[in-house]
Write a protein that binds this ligand. Sequence first.
Ligand code: NAD
Ligand code: TDX
Length: 341
Amino acid sequence: MEILITGGAGFIGSHFADYMLRSYPNDRIVCLDKLTYAGNMHNLEGALENKNFTFVCGDIADEGAVEKLFCSHSFGMVINFAAESHVDRSIADAAPFIRTNVAGVQTLLSACVRHNVARFHHISTDEVYGDMPFDDEVTKFGENSPLRPSSPYAASKAAADLLVGAYCRTYGLFATLSRCANNYGGRQFPEKLIPVCISRALNNLPVPVYGSGQNVREWLDVYDHCRAIDLILQKGTAGQVYNVGSGECLSNNALVGDILGILGKSRSLIEYVPDRMGHDRRYCTDSSMLRALGWRPQVTLAQGLARTVRWYVENKRWLECVLSGEYLKNNAHYAATNSIK
Ligand code: NAD
Ligand code: TDX
């Protein structure tokens, strides 16, 4: 089967491409990625060595390019990871988030309908539910909880979720949707909390913690996320939303403290900085629907965090290339040679 993975040069998408190439050696994977600042062709070095993998540079919101791509392949499945993904950037400028996360998703959905794609899966986020108060340690978000996004990023993801549901109902597209917790692992762009913390602590620089540091996130190993998506592709029901959460919910203070501990650095590196506007307080999902399909996380946060820290320590060159902007040269080469003609 030919499978399209969009946003595969980013953090989660590149792990999923590796996962699929390993797990399904008879399938062919096409990766469509615009190579924004968040895309990094170094993330796909392993995948590019596999004869079943093809990289195409292009924009999911470019209707002409998407149509050409779908005409030149016969995709049995489309899995959409492509997105503007950083909350702080959405607060600075929401426009690219609406274009990619809303218009881009609609473009993909329409192409799937026109080309009779058997299966569409969309990667969403627990942030679409909004947040919960600090003092409520009991309530969890279920798939039927109301959508109350706080940031422009989360609002754009919520809009896409509604479009996926509408294409399912109106056109009979077999689509599923997963809302996952905060992912961690190697290759995450150093604008997100964990790689910011590791890269700065490695250089003995202050680690910025927003506000009081009491905000709680649920942390999911990227490998467990890939396994969850695979299971939903195998066993998911059309139109169903699945939460993907580990149940390991931790304050930013505790998480940063743990990372500094693993690195043998002092907590005095923590620097409290002004809070993010509209900062969500606490997330925690109920993922019993996915667990009923047979999924359980295999990696604990303690194991996964230690492995993640080790990855950044052992891949200093990857980090340097990103922080210096050198990776953009490699991206430009692939953009020039692999774009949709
Ligand atoms: P990322 O920012 O690391 O990667 C996004 C990728 O999409 C990049 O390679 C980028 O070049 C590509 N892209 C952006 N705009 C595009 C466009 N218009 N056309 C084609 N490609 C485009 O993101 P990530 O952390 O890997 O997240 C992947 C998905 O998972 C996103 O949809 C995000 O909303 C969702 N998600 C992420 C997390 C997390 O913790 N990282 C948690 C929940 C949900
Ligand atoms: O330097 C920082 N200091 C800090 O205290 C950064 C970058 C973040 N934070 C805080 C804000 C959040 O409470 O840490 C927490 C995690 O922040 P991010 O890593 O920016 O993630 P978050 O805003 O929770 O969103 C992430 O998870 C859900 C992803 O970026 C989204 O794409 C995903 O949908």
